[in-house]
Design a protein around this ligand. Sequence first.
Ligand code: ZN
Length: 351
Amino acid sequence: MPPTPLLDAVLAQDTAVSTLRRALAGGRVHHAYLFDGPAGVGKELAAFGLAQALVCETRRDNGERGGSGDRACGTCSSCTRAVPREETTRPVHPDVVVLERGLYEPGQIGRRTPESQDISIDQVRSLVLARAAYGPHEGRAKVFLVRRAEELSVPAANALLKTLEEPGQRTHFVLLTAQASLLLPTILSRTQRVRFGYLPEATVTAILTGRGVEPGRAAEIARLAGGSVETALGLADPEESEHRTAFVAAALRAIDAPDMGPALDLAEDAKKAKDALPLRIAALASALGARGSAAAAAGQPGAAGARGREAREAVACAARYSLAISALGELDGNASAQLVVEAMLARMRAV
Ligand SMILES: [Zn+2]
């Protein structure tokens, strides 16, 4: 079976995909898009799909040959090379360039230190500005994809402005974000927004079963995943599920520990797993909720045991549950993962 063109593989985002297909067919692809929507709903697949169609060697291009084509062939050399490689998460095609915090070794982008907080101006300079004067290597189009564009540092975003406005012939930008409100207004005003929504449960279930998850379990995970494949895969991944259980156990120990030592260690570890953190903290919230309900039930009049202690435990769990939920909100912003976990545990300990 020949490989499916990437844009064909985007599921349940009909409005976004038809906007892109119309632009391709009419030779009116915008020079700077903002793909805006929750994580794990197909934004990135659509962005690579658009890039693939733009560099495809056999697509009839309205502007050039009087034809119209809204589909990449999926099989030519350019199409094949526009697909991101699993190991590096970027394609080998020289005209499909990915920008992302920490994607490149510091030396590759003229830095001494890793990009721990944001997409640096060094990355924008070496990947975008240094090449801005040249057209596409292979002639058809050049596409820059910016993952989590809200992580562009202010200098990096400012350095991009002029290029975003007048990127040069056949050069396109696709900025991906789940948090458009964190982007500079000057960036927002220079991009055309394409919205992506949450996926229906049935779609998430189908994607999971397609990846070998047993159907019953896939449906159960899809119910919890809130319309995001990324969340669903995190829930389905046995290794991540172990890490999540370990995080919850360590957090509960840190709350009861005599000093802040274990909490600080856990916060230090959180730095390394920022992407996995929302699901881990959500699991902690859910564990605290379950513990609180159990304590409340045990503390009911008529239940056996020390009622006062159970009632206090139920109140403490409820307060800690709220703290976990606020920590999730803080993670949504640009806060440091380490600080969020440290502050959350310190507050939980003080309850
Ligand atoms: Zn092709």
